[in-house]
Design a protein around this ligand. Structure first.
Ligand code: ZN
Length: 455
C-alpha cells in the first residue's frame, strides 16, 4: 500500500511539473517579445517624383497583427496604407506570418512641401505584450522632397559653329545641380565648373558638331539636380555648313604588302586575301579605335590646362584634311569608304613632334590603324592626338608644356609614308584641328566667352 501511495504522489508531481512547464511555454508563446521584421526598398535620399516602394514585413512567432504606412512632414501625417491581419487557430499558427506590398508616393499629389519628409512603416504582432497591443517595429526613412528642376541661365550670347567644328557655351546653374552639359542630337558633352564663384554655379561646356551630321542638329543645354530633376534650355546658335573633300585612295598590291605585316597583332583570317585583310582593318579596327578614343575623352581633367593658340608641326605640308571623304579603289574598283578624322602633316622623316598645347599624357601606346599614338588631355574635354609615330618620348601621366617634344613622326599603323596624323577631340568626338591653330577663331569663339566667367 505504502508503495502505491508513493507512486501516486510522484505521478501528481510529474503532472504538476509538466503542467507548469506547459503553462510556462504557453505564456512564453503568447507573451513573446520578438518584434516583427520590416524591409523597405529602395531607400532614396530624395523624392522628386512618383516613387515605388516595396515593403516586406514578417513575424515568425505570433504572426502579424497590423501594418500602417505613413508619410510625416512637419507634424502632418498622411496614412498611405493601413491593414489588419486576421487571427487564425489557437496560437495564430494559421495566421499571416509574412506580407509584401507596394506603395507609391507622389510628392505632388500628396501636396508635400519641399524639404524633409519621413516615410514610416509601423508593424504590430499578435503577442500579448504591451498590454495586449503586441510587439511594435517602427521603420523610419528620412527623405528630402525636391520637385523643383534646376535652373539654367546662359551667359554667352551667340554661337557660330562649323560643321565638324567646336563650340563653347558659358552658363550658370542653380547650386543643387550635379550634372550639366550640351546635347547635339544624341551626342552628350559634359560641362565643367569654371567660374570664380565659390558655389560652383558658373560652368563652361565645349561641344562638337560632328562632321557626319546630315540634317540641322538640335543643340541644347541640359541639367540634372541631386534629386534627379532634369531641365533643358535652348540657346542661340548657328551652324555653318561645310563641304568636305572627296579623295580617291588607290590601294596597290605594293601598299598592301608594305602595311599588312604591321597588323600581326590583329586577328585576321589566314585564308583571307590581302585586300580582304585590309578591308577588315580599315573598317572594323578603325571602329574599335574610334571607340577607344571616345573612352579616352571621358578621362579629361576638370581644370583647364591649355593656353593660347595651338602649335602645328613645323615646316610641314598638309597631305590630308579633316573630314576628307575617302574612296578606296583597288584595281580601279571602289572597295571602301571612310572619313579622315584628323590632319595629315608631312615634313622630313622622323621629325620631332611638339605638343600642341600644355597638357597631360593620357595615352602613349599602339592604337590600331593609327600606329604608335600619343593622346594629350588639355582639360575640360579637350584633347589632341599624334599618330603613326616612329618613337614615343612620353609616358601616361606625364605633364607636358606647349611645344615640348613628345615623339617623332613615322609610318606605323595604316600609313603609306612618314607623316603625322594630328587630331583634336572634344569629349571624345573628333573636330577640325584647323580652328585650334587659328588665333582669330580662338579669340572670337573661346577667349571672348571665357572672359564672361570673370564677370
Ligand atoms: Zn591621317
Amino acid at each position: 500500500m505504502q508503495k502505491r501511495k508513493k507512486v501516486t504522489v510522484l505521478f501528481i508531481v510529474i503532472i504538476l511539473i509538466v503542467g507548469i512547464g506547459a503553462l510556462g511555454w504557453f505564456l512564453a508563446c503568447i507573451f513573446e517579445g520578438q518584434p516583427p521584421s520590416v524591409v523597405v526598398e529602395p531607400l532614396p535620399e530624395y523624392l522628386s517624383g512618383r516613387q515605388k516602394f516595396t515593403i516586406r514585413v514578417g513575424d515568425e512567432n505570433r504572426g502579424l497583427r497590423k501594418l500602417r504606412i505613413s508619410v510625416e512632414q512637419e507634424g502632418r501625417k498622411i496614412t498611405i496604407l493601413e491593414k489588419e491581419f486576421p487571427f487564425h487557430g489557437i496560437l495564430n499558427r494559421q495566421g499571416v506570418h509574412t506580407f509584401e506590398t507596394e506603395v507609391f508616393l507622389d510628392p505632388k499629389k500628396m501636396n508635400l512641401a519641399q524639404g524633409r519628409a519621413d516615410l514610416y512603416a509601423r508593424i504590430w504582432d499578435y503577442s500579448r505584450r504591451s498590454g495586449g497591443d503586441g510587439n511594435l517595429s517602427v521603420f523610419q526613412h528620412k527623405m528630402i522632397v525636391d520637385t523643383v528642376p534646376p535652373a539654367i541661365r546662359i551667359l554667352s550670347r551667340q554661337h557660330y559653329i562649323n560643321l565638324g567644328g567646336a563650340g563653347l557655351v558659358v552658363y550658370r546653374v542653380s547650386s543643387d545641380t550635379d550634372q550639366s552639359g550640351v546635347y547635339v542630337n544624341d551626342y552628350y558633352f559634359p560641362g565643367f565648373p569654371a567660374g570664380e564663384d565659390s558655389e560652383k554655379e558658373t560652368h563652361l561646356c565645349y561641344f562638337a558638331v560632328p562632321q557626319n551630321l546630315v540634317a540641322y542638329p538640335s543643340v541644347y543645354l541640359w541639367a540634372k539636380d541631386r534629386a534627379g530633376n532634369r531641365t533643358t534650355s535652348t540657346f542661340n546658335y548657328h551652324i555653318r555648313k561645310k563641304r568636305f573633300r572627296v579623295e580617291r585612295m588607290n590601294i596597290s598590291d605594293h601598299f598592301l604588302k608594305k602595311v599588312l605585316p604591321y597588323f600581326s597583332f590583329y586577328s585576321l583570317e589566314e585564308k583571307a586575301t590581302p585586300l580582304e585583310k585590309f578591308l577588315k582593318i580599315n573598317r572594323d579596327l578603325r571602329k574599335e579605335n574610334t571607340l577607344a578614343f571616345h573612352e579616352l575623352g571621358k578621362k579629361s581633367s576638370t581644370d583647364r590646362l591649355w593656353e593660347g593658340t595651338w602649335v602645328r608641326l613645323k615646316n610641314a605640308a598638309t597631305m590630308a584634311r579633316f573630314g576628307d571623304r575617302r574612296r578606296y579603289y583597288y584595281h580601279g574598283k571602289e572597295v571602301d569608304r571612310e572619313t579622315h578624322m584628323g590632319v595629315d602633316l608631312a615634313s622630313i622623316a622622323q621629325s620631332k613632334v611638339p605638343a600642341a598645347n600644355d597638357g597631360r599624357v593620357v595615352f602613349a601606346d599602339r592604337m590600331g590603324i593609327y600606329g604608335n599614338t600619343v593622346v594629350l588631355d588639355h582639360g575640360q574635354g579637350l584633347m589632341s592626338s599624334y599618330s603613326h609615330l616612329s618613337k614615343i618620348d612620353v609616358a601616361v601621366g606625364d605633364t607636358v608644356k606647349k611645344g615640348a617634344i613628345i615623339g617623332e613622326t613615322g609610318r606605323t599603323g595604316l600609313a603609306g609614308g612618314d607623316h603625322l596624323h594630328f587630331a583634336v577631340m572634344v569629349s571624345g568626338i573628333f573636330v577640325n584641328p584647323i580652328e585650334w591653330w587659328d588665333s582669330h577663331w580662338i579669340h572670337d569663339n573661346i577667349t571672348k566667352k571665357l572672359a564672361l566667367l570673370k564677370k
